[in-house]
Ligand binder design. Structure first.
Ligand code: NAD
Length: 254
């Protein structure tokens, strides 16, 4: 992996930060993206081996194009693209704010198109590339009150398969990882809304909604997701492409 470069979106926190860290530890030069205050961003850069940073808002195609140009200039191209930035909003569909729908579709789905279309030419030219999309168990199954998220995650699974076919002979693999519930700020933040939407206590949301879906009754860890992403970058994974890799404690087996 030494000498390779990576861009990880949504890497100032949670799963993205863990993936950026794992790639840096494997010798990859990393650029991270995501929101946060100055201290949080500096800490994430340090954790990811002194990573470069670009603050593009992943809902804004022009800012994404600027980030891709910065990666081209500062990293000499993106060998490994990790489309990970994502947000969640929980509400019955009739009360779902249209601007939240648009934001989730833009950040969780369209942003991957905007990065991928600009990363693919460089990967094809080098004859090597890895695109890893953080999907979700919600790319395979639905839960009520998450209409935008489930639609976006089903979309990214289809996008993954399509691009895998387009670049199959170019030495580029395209896969998505589909975790169940991983204990990150994204999950923590949706607990109050789920409590309100379903009239439950915090403990009931954790036990009866989140962990109820996972037969192992355990949260996935960010390090487990990062290890899978690292494996997908290895030569051993060269024939894994167009796959949707479940890491959900058995959730989607049921
Ligand atoms: P998180 O909230 O810890 O991290 C999300 C990251 O995305 C942060 O760095 C945040 O700054 C960034 N981000 C949000 N909006 C952005 C924007 N407009 N532009 C740029 N960056 C933006 O969440 P996480 O749990 O680590 O989620 C990461 C990915 O994993 C998401 O795509 C999420 O859907 C997916 N996922 C999470 C879980 C889970 O249980 N936590 C399960 C399955 C899939």
């Amino acid at each position: 992996m030494r000498g390779k470069t990576a861009l990880v979106t949504g890497a100032t926190s949670g799963i993205g930060l863990a993936i950026a860290k794992a790639l840096a530890e494997a010798g990859v030069r990393v650029m991270i993206n995501g929101f946060g205050d100055e201290a949080q961003i500096a800490a994430a850069q340090a954790e990811a081996g002194g990573a470069l940073y670009h603050g593009a808002d992943m809902s804004k195609p022009a800012e994404i194009a600027d980030m891709m140009a910065a990666a081209e200039a500062q990293l000499c191209g993106v060998d490994i693209l990790v489309n990970n930035a994502g947000i969640q909003f929980v509400s019955p569909v009739e009360e779902f704010p249209p601007e939240k729908w648009d934001a989730i579709l833009a950040i969780n789905l369209s942003s991957a198109f905007h990065t991928t279309r600009l990363a693919v030419p460089g990967m094809k030219a080098k004859g090597w590339g890895r695109i890893i999309n953080t999907a979700s168990a919600h790319s395979l199954v639905a839960s009520p009150f998450k209409s935008a998220y489930v639609a976006a995650k089903h979309g990214i699974a289809g996008f993954t398969k399509t691009i895998a076919l387009e670049v199959a002979t170019a030495g580029v693999t395209v896969n998505c990882i589909s975790p169940g519930y991983v204990w990150t700020p994204l999950v923590e933040k949706q607990i109050p809304d789920t409590m309100a939407a379903r009239g439950l206590t915090r403990e009931q949301v954790i036990e009866d909604v989140l962990l109820k879906a996972q037969p192992t009754r355990q949260f996935v860890t960010v390090d487990q997701v990062a290890a899978t992403a690292l494996f997908l970058c290895s030569d051993a994974a060269a024939q894994i492409t167009g796959a949707n890799i479940s890491m959900d404690g058995g959730w989607t087996a049921a």
